[in-house]
Ligand binder design. Structure first.
Ligand SMILES: [Zn+2]
Ligand SMILES: [Zn+2]
Length: 136
């Protein structure tokens, strides 16, 4: 398996050309996150994290030993223009339940009616009309 310099940066999860301090800090973070001792009780997870650590260690060595060059062409895609959405005033009726005039905590999955915690005490996600009978 051949890995490229770019892989090293992305395996470690730092932008290409990051400073030594940043690379080291990120490496130590990954070591902490994937330390096999944390998964001692779960051999499968342990093996998975050991595998991750192998890759991370490889990437760290590549970078710190200067083998992972910063890719030449850093073609950053042009920032996408945020899509202009037509202005829509917030309708408070969409945010308040109709029965109690309290803030909605959820919406009916059927009719999208705003439901406060009193309308839908069990947080079933259904208004009184659409709540399946016998349940909740
Ligand atoms: Zn409904
Ligand atoms: Zn209500």
């Amino acid at each position: 398996m051949t890995r490229t310099a770019e892989d090293a940066w992305s395996i470690l999860g730092v932008p290409p050309g990051s400073s030594h301090d940043m690379v080291r800090a990120q490496y130590l973070r990954m070591v902490r996150m994937n330390h096999p001792d944390q998964y001692a009780a779960n051999p499968k997870e342990r093996a998975r994290h050991e595998e991750i650590m192998k890759r991370v260690t490889w990437a760290y060595r590549e970078i710190t030993q200067g083998r992972a060059e910063v890719p030449k062409k850093t073609s950053t895609p042009p920032p996408r223009r945020p899509q202009s959405r037509p202005y829509r005033p917030v309708d408070l009726r969409e945010l308040m339940c109709r029965a109690h005039h309290r803030w909605a905590v959820s919406y009916c999955t059927v009719c999208a009616a705003p439901l406060c915690s009193r309308c839908d005490e069990s947080l079933s996600g259904y208004c009184a009309v659409h709540r399946p009978r016998g349940r909740f």
